[in-house]
Design a protein around this ligand. Structure first.
Ligand code: ADP
Ligand code: MN
Ligand code: MN
Ligand code: MN
Length: 347
């Protein structure tokens, strides 16, 4: 028997942006346990805005687990928060009710800033560093500093060791700003891995005394880019059938549902989606081939391949909840399929 350190992770009840919480319990297993072997566990919901003081127990239901290479015999256990009965999802548990489909693939591009002493890492005590230009995918101490790259590299290894589908990293447009990408087949798979990757980054940064700033526009109304979490998506139909006619119907459905998308694309997005800094205005919908100023960017490969492949919704921001973002995209896609099957039935 081996004693495993199980880090149970969950999203708390803070709005508009939940925080990741985690606590450890030790359990003995013959070998690395299956998900089904991991027991439910409780926590004090009154400390996480998930219960009133009087009756404060909430339950943690393991839904996915990953090896944690930073700890001897460590396991990261992503959980859903349940009511004390253990079967009713808590109101803060969005994952329980989202639309999921293994054949819809998501690639999230998480942008964020490193923060130290209340400003982006590498910013001078007063004023600003040299304007944006050399930082994006940059190299050299003046452009990217020293610690930042070390953290980013360590984070990449932590994710790969955990079996997370990490797809890449790059230094971003603003100084102190970086990006990593996570890919997954299905809303829950992609979003679980994004939340755990966010957790690993925050935990890693503790020892460097650096914070991760996920706000979408931490430098406000200045000439510094904000942070997005572009959502790239493809259904089986988009990958294998596609076509211009279907694509245009799909874009019309996105246009009809601007408000539903923006509602789950992350808080304070009006600060970021201004029409400047590679964004489209928040109240408009546009799409364009290779257009980084559009709501949805159509990759060259998509247009050149008979309107087949994946699309990039550029509106979700760095604090968005990937569960709800993926689910809303699926909902809009499903509305088009429904319309098509209804008109077939009528014909
Ligand atoms: P850019 O910065 O040019 O927008 P990135 O290379 O950072 O692009 O991100 C591209 C994203 O697209 C990655 O997250 C990748 O996983 C995702 N992606 C690639 N192919 C597909 C696909 N078929 N379906 C969904 N996502 C995809
Ligand atoms: Mn990118
Ligand atoms: Mn980017
Ligand atoms: Mn992108």
């Amino acid at each position: 028997m081996t004693k495993y350190k199980l880090e149970y992770l969950w999203l708390d009840g803070y709005t508009p942006t939940p925080n990741l919480r985690g606590k450890t319990q030790i359990k003995e297993f013959d070998s690395f346990p299956t998900l089904e072997q991991l027991p439910m566990w409780g926590f004090d919901g009154s400390s996480t805005k998930q219960a009133e003081g009087g009756s404060s127990d909430c339950m943690l239901k393991p839904v996915r687990h990953f090896p944690d290479s930073t700890r001897k015999n460590g396991i990261l256990v992503m959980c859903e928060v349940m009511m004390p009965d253990g079967v009713t999802p808590h109101a803060s548990n969005k994952r329980a009710t989202i639309i999921d489909d293994d054949n819809t693939w998501f690639g999230f591009e998480q942008e964020y800033f490193f923060y130290k002493d209340g400003r982006p890492l590498g910013f001078p005590t007063a004023g600003y560093p040299a304007p944006q230009g050399p930082y994006y995918c940059g190299a050299g101490y003046s452009n990217v500093g020293s610690i930042a790259r070390q953290i980013v590299e360590e984070h990449l290894d932590l994710c790969l060791d955990a079996g997370i589908n990490h797809e890449g990293i790059n230094a971003e447009v603003a100084k102190g700003q970086w990006e990593f990408q996570i890919f997954g087949k299905g809303s829950k798979k992609a979003a679980d891995e994004m939340w755990v990757a966010r957790y690993l980054l925050q935990r890693l940064c503790e020892k460097y005394e650096i914070d991760v700033e996920y706000h979408c526009k931490p430098l406000g109304d200045t000439d510094w880019n904000g942070s997005g979490m572009h959502a790239n998506f493809s259904t089986e139909h988009l990958r294998t059938v596609g076509g211009k006619e279907y694509f245009e119907k799909l874009m019309a459905a996105f246009k009809d549902n601007i408000a539903d998308h923006i509602a789950v694309y992350g808080p304070d997005n009006h600060m970021r989606l201004t029409g400047k800094h590679e964004t489209a205005a928040i109240d408009q919908f546009s799409y364009g081939i290779a257009d980084r100023g559009a709501s949805i960017r159509v990759p060259h490969s998509f247009a050149n391949n008979g309107y087949k492949g994946y699309l990039e919704d550029r509106r979700p921001n760095s604090q968005g909840d990937p569960y709800q973002i993926a689910s809303q995209i699926l909902k809009t896609i499903a509305s088009v399929q429904m319309e098509a099957s209804m008109s077939e039935a009528a014909a």
